[in-house]
Design a binder for this molecule. Structure first.
Ligand SMILES: CC(C)(COP(=O)(O)OP(=O)(O)OC[C@H]1O[C@@H](n2cnc3c(N)ncnc32)[C@H](O)[C@@H]1OP(=O)(O)O)[C@@H](O)C(=O)NCCC(=O)NCCS
Length: 212
């Protein structure tokens, strides 16, 4: 079993524990806030230190970032970079029930959660969350630091820029391009490519809040 350190001890961490154990990792512990050290996130899974302890585990385990994000990936990116700067290895974790085509690629620090499907020719970047029941269709391209949340359909040939959040059960029509730093609300249907930074929602998805 491969040893793994999780960074971030909230709700998303619980889901990643489920994924990582199914994928054959042995979880050494969780890093979070100093005041939470000693607390259990799930039975048998304790917070054993803070992110300042990353260097102590570089030769003992791989790492994965287990803080989720909806609107702002800044903390996830900061922690990802902190692991890299310490010389740590980010794990690519694929749930036992997920299906990833042998013709797809998945980056470091990325987690593919239970019952997700990644089809042939898809490319997924680093530190991405492919959440439970997501479908990534053929030749779709998901850039670094994205979160494709539960039950979303990313259809064939879509291209998603860095730091994008796609809310639960959204649908992206074929060949849609989504620019960087965009948030798509849950249940949206994105039928045309979008590039202006901001929050989009609805069917068809339109911009609701423009980035400042
Ligand atoms: C998109 C989202 C982040 C926006 O949250 P917010 O910043 O608090 O924004 P607000 O709720 O103030 O919404 C702004 C506008 O967008 C609309 N809107 C927001 N989300 C919407 C949605 N999913 N569908 C339709 N309209 C939506 C609001 O009605 C509001 O419109 P108005 O200004 O005309 O009244 C949030 O609504 C959302 O969808 N979160 C994702 C939840 C999710 O998928 N979680 C899964 C985690 S795994």
């Amino acid at each position: 079993m491969r040893p793994l350190i999780l960074i971030g001890g909230g709700g998303h961490c619980k889901s990643v524990i489920e994924v990582a154990e199914s994928a054959g990792y042995s979880i050494l512990g969780i890093l979070d806030m100093l005041e939470d050290v000693g607390n259990e996130v799930l039975p048998g899974h304790k917070i054993i230190g803070t992110d300042d302890d990353i260097p102590a585990y570089v030769y003992k385990a791989e790492f994965v970032i287990t803080i989720g994000f909806i609107k702002n990936p800044t903390i996830r990116i900061k922690l990802f970079n902190k692991v890299k700067e310490a010389g740590g290895k980010l794990a690519t974790v694929v749930a036992s029930t997920a299906y990833v085509s042998k013709y797809a690629t998945i980056g470091e620090g990325t987690v593919v959660m239970h019952n997700a499907f990644v089809n042939a020719g898809a490319q997924i970047g680093n530190n991405v969350i492919i959440n439970t029941f997501v479908n990534i269709e053929h030749d779709a391209y998901i850039s670094d630091q994205c979160h494709i949340s539960t039950g979303t359909m990313v259809n064939g040939d879509c291209k998603i820029g860095e730091r994008v959040f796609i809310g639960s059960q959204s649908v992206l029509a074929n060949c849609i391009s989504i620019g960087e730093d965009i948030v798509v609300g849950s249940g949206s249907v994105v039928r045309k490519s979008i590039s202006e930074k901001g929050i989009y929602a609805g069917n068809p998805a339109i911009i609701k809040v423009r980035a400042k």
